[in-house]
Structures are given as C-alpha cells and as structure tokens.
Ligand binder design. Structure first.
Ligand SMILES: Cc1cc2nc3c(=O)[nH]c(=O)nc-3n(C[C@H](O)[C@H](O)[C@H](O)COP(=O)(O)OP(=O)(O)OC[C@H]3O[C@@H](n4cnc5c(N)ncnc54)[C@H](O)[C@@H]3O)c2cc1C
Length: 501
C-alpha cells in the first residue's frame, strides 16, 4: 500500500519558481518525499539574496554573512537523512558583533552570557549590567512565547497566541498597543548606546525602531542563541542544499525567468519561461517576492494572491558594498557596527525618502576569521539602510552620495580603505528591485511596522489550492532561518492537502 502511494506521488510534478533559500529548501524536502521537482531560477546561481561578488581575492559575500537559529538547519538536514556538519564547516562566534561609536566607545556583544554581562559592566557600568540581564530575560521569554504559535505555525491563531501569552504574563508590558521598540528600549536601558544597539535589530527584519512594535525586541534573540560563520560564506549553505536536492533528482533550470503561472479550472497547471517554453505542473511553489503575483507580473489571473502586498508599506532597502581592499589596521571582528552620531537620525531621513547622511554602517570583515598571510587584501561587505523605491525614486547622484557618505564616515572612525569604489561594487535599491522583481528594492517584504504586521503577511497557503508561497516575504518573516521555516511550513501544508493525492 505504502509503495503505491509513493509511486503515485512520484508522478506528481512540482514546479518551484525561484532558487532563494525558500525555493531550495522546498525543492529538497519535496524531492526527499518522492515528488518530481523542477526549480526555475531567473539568475544563474542558487541562493537569491545570498549572493557573492567576484574579486581577485575570491568571492565577496554581499548578502547574509552568518547563520543564526542553527537548529532549524540541523533538523532540515536530519529530516533528509544528512548531518549538517558533513556538508558545512561551521564555526560558532564568540563575538556576536563588535560595536563602535565615534566617541571611542567600543563594545563587544558576547555570545557567552556571563562574559556578556561582564563586558556590559566594563563598558557601560553596573546599572547597565542589571538592565541587560533583565532585558535578556524578557526578550528570551518573548521569543520562547512566540516561537511555536507564530514562527512555527503556518497560520497563527489568536487563541493559541493568547494561551502562550497567559503562560508567560511577564511579557505583557511589551504588548501594549502603539508601544514602539524605541520607547520600549528607553524604558529598559538608561544608556543611550544600548538603546541604539538593540533598536538596530529591527532593521534585520526591515523595520525602524521608531515604528516597529516593542515586540521586535525579540529579534535579537535569534543572535543571542548563537551566530555561526560558514566556510565559503552563506552561499555554501545554498550550494549544499542545491547539491542534496540534485542528488534526490531535482532538476534546476537557471537563467530563465518565469513569465507566467497559468491557471485553469481554479488550479495552476503550467508555467511559461522567458525563452517561450512551458512546463506542466501539478503544483507550484512561488519563491519570488509575493508582490510580483499581486501586481500581475506572473499573469493577470493571480493578482488576488497576496493582494495585500500590492499597496502595503514596504520594508527597508539597503545600499550594499562588496569589495576587496588593503588590510585595514583596525581590530575588526567578523560582524561590526559603526553607529551614527545622532541616535535614530537615519530612520527619520529614510522615512523622508532620503539617503541617510549620518548612517549606522554594518561591515563584515569576512577574512578576519581565517586570515591568509600571503594575501595583501581582504574582503568587505558594507550595508547602509536605505529607503525602498516606494519612498525614493533612484537618482543619478545616489552613487556619489553613497560613496562619499560611506568613506567619510569610516574616515571618522580611522578606517581608510584604499580602494576605488566603482558602481559594480554597489547594489542599490534599484538593483535589488531588478534582481527581485516587484520588491521595490525592499529586502524583507512588506513592512513589519505595527502590531498586526505579523498577521498581515501572506501565508504559504493561497486561495488557489495547488499554489504555495515561500520565502522572506511570507509568514513567518524575513531572514534565512525564517524563509527556511516558511518553506518547511509550505511543504507540510502541501502534503496535508488532498491536492497531490
Ligand atoms: C545585504 C543583505 C544582508 C542580509 N543579512 C541577513 C542576515 O545576516 N541574516 C539573515 O538571516 N538574513 C539576512 N538577509 C535576508 C535574507 O538574505 C533573506 O531574507 C533570504 O535570503 C530570502 O530568501 P527567499 O527564500 O525569500 O528568497 P530570495 O533570496 O528572495 O530569492 C528569490 C529567488 O527567486 C528568483 N525569482 C523571483 N522571481 C522569479 C521568476 N519570475 N522567475 C524565476 N526566478 C525568480 C530570484 O531570482 C531569486 O533568486 C540579508 C539580505 C540582504 C540582501
């Protein structure tokens, strides 16, 4: 009997549109379950926003640079019969991030909890230590409370969330309507620098601390649970998943965009590519920005799918530099944040559609991990938050502004890159919109601002029974682990539905 089911399943064809992490994970899981899977990817590499730029010193990471919430990936590998450590060289980081301010303050947020408390006290004093301990516990409670009923549920139910809150009543003060993350942090820390530091975590899901709900304070707990670097960068994760999928029979078709997902008799049944070919499918998983469906990029018939994303506010975009330069004589960690002088000024500027002139700069010094003594250069990624295209139309001066702001800010911190930054080194909001169609350059889907934002994100299940959505624009949210979870949830929903029986 079981044999018959598996034979029936093998005949079912699944088309996955997009080889971002969500598409890759869906393909791997479905192939492991015996489905016939084809992945159609517009670009020529697996990983989507997990990207690299070629340089003489090797590939420079210009997307995510570390892995968090490792347990999600460990169980993914285990579920398909593999051990993650056989595929990836992972190294847990002792320093979650090194933080710098222009008054000379330097602060390492450490992974070990006791060491972290000591470091907070050393840099900011005994009161800050007490406040940090309390903050750590309350954000951990929030994370634990919402992990199951929100992050690991394909369709969060108000009742389940309420039950979870009742078990952890201490988190209720963070749920006060209209309490923003900025205000919440002011009530938690007397030290402005710590307010600034923890407020920044809302940008990891595309929000500003000025408008994100206080609950966003839990985002940093993803890092508090451990940060891992991966040999070869996060692209190694995408490539490992692609390889495991290929080993299980998945076919990858790169270099062609899907131009239409055809629907007839209430179900999708075919996809068309920009080379004029068509491919039949019993079900389709869409890993692009869901707004592409809502705006009709994949056909007029699907505009009601993820319709909310058409006009919803967008999350932050970014200007992202990738380059190699002379070795910098500064004690950088892998993850570094150089803060703006005026707390939150960049978010006011972004709100007004401006390129921030005093931005907080993130810099990944990817070679610090394993310095190559023979090498004369090292590779860097710099990220500056930026407004999405819905707030700022591209302007030909943008590159010049961005370059001078970046280099000037770093000069203030004593970092002099000897590099002639060229246009090819920068990915702008406009470039992101081209790479990820209909995204408006937003890197994290629709805006996470407002108490109800979580509930307003498109879900993996759609009104078309055999069309599913995965990725950072879908519930439970943006980031590599969340996009992975969205794929796992979608596959579960697909298998539970009668559609492939
Ligand atoms: C600079 C930067 C830094 C980041 N840092 C972190 C970090 O430190 N930690 C973290 O967890 N996350 C980080 N993120 C976010 C994380 O990278 C994303 O949330 C995640 O990778 C999104 O995955 P996804 O499944 O949504 O697919 P995406 O990466 O969005 O990929 C979608 C894929 O679909 C393809 N596609 C779309 N439409 C079509 C079509 N019509 N036909 C064919 N193909 C199509 C695209 O070409 C693309 O390859 C960062 C992102 C960026 C840009």
């Amino acid at each position: 009997m079981a044999k018959d089911i598996s034979r029936t399943r093998k005949r079912k064809k699944i088309a996955v549109v997009g080889a971002g992490i969500g598409g890759l994970v869906s393909a791997l899981k479905l192939a492991s379950d015996g489905f016939e899977v084809k992945v159609f990817e517009g670009s020529d590499y697996p990983g989507g926003k997990i990207r690299t730029l070629e340089s003489a010193s090797g590939p420079v990471n210009i997307g995510p640079t570390v892995l968090t919430m490792l347990s999600i990936f460990q169980s993914l590998f285990k579920e398909v019969g593999e051990n993650i450590f056989d595929h990836l060289e992972l190294k847990e980081q002792k320093i979650l991030a090194r933080h710098w301010w222009s008054d000379g303050t330097k602060f390492d947020l450490l992974a070990n909890k006791d060491d972290a408390c000591d470091e907070v006290q050393r840099v900011f004093g005994a009161k800050a230590r007490e406040q940090y301990i309390k903050f750590f516990h309350s954000t951990k409670e929030m994370f634990d409370c919402f992990e199951q009923p929100i992050m690991k549920s394909s369709s969060p139910s108000a009742l389940e969330i309420l039950k979870a809150i009742c078990k952890k009543p201490k988190i209720i003060p963070a749920l006060v309507p209209f309490l923003t993350l900025e205000k919440y942090l002011k009530s938690k820390f007397s030290e402005t620098k710590l307010q600034q530091l923890f407020g920044r975590y809302s940008t990891y899901v595309g929000g500003s601390p000025l408008h994100s709900p206080a609950l966003m304070a839990l985002v940093w707990q993803a890092e508090a649970r451990g940060v891992w670097t991966v040999e070869g960068g996060i692209s190694s994760v995408a490539r490992a998943i692609e390889k495991m999928a290929i080993d299980r029979g998945v076919e990858f078709i790169y270099g062609h965009r899907v131009t239409e997902i055809q629907k007839s008799n209430f179900l999708v049944d075919k996809i068309s590519l920009d080379d004029g070919t068509s491919h039949e499918a019993d079900a389709v998983i869409f890993n692009g920005d869901p707004r592409a469906l809502a705006t009709g990029l994949l056909g007029d018939n699907l505009q009601n799918i993820a319709g909310i994303t058409r006009d919803a506010n967008r999350s932050l975009s970014a200007n992202v530099w990738g380059f190699e330069s002379n070795i910098i004589n500064k004690n950088l960690a892998h993850h570094n944040v150089f803060f703006s002088d005026k707390v939150n000024s960049e978010f006011y500027e972004i709100e007004k559609g401006q390129i921030p002139l005093d931005p907080t700069l993130y810099i990944c010094a990817q070679d610090r991990e394993k310095p190559n003594k023979a090498q004369k250069t090292e590779r860097f990624e710099i990220i500056l938050n930026a407004p999405p295209l819905s707030k700022r139309k591209p302007n030909k001066e943008d590159f010049k502004i961005c370059k001078s702001v970046t280099l000037e800010r770093f000069k203030n911190f004593g970092l002099n890159f000897q590099v002639d930054l060229e246009r090819k080194n920068l990915t702008t909001p406009k470039d992101f919109n081209i790479l990820f169609p209909a995204s408006e350059g937003s890197l994290y889907g629709q805006s996470p601002h407002g108490m109800m934002a979580t509930f307003q994100r498109p879900k993996s299940v759609t009104s078309v029974a055999n069309l599913f959505l995965v990725g950072g624009g879908i519930h439970p949210g943006a980031g590599v682990p969340m996009a992975t979870l969205s794929a796992l949830l979608a596959v579960e929903e697909m298998k539970a539905s009668q559609i492939l029986m």
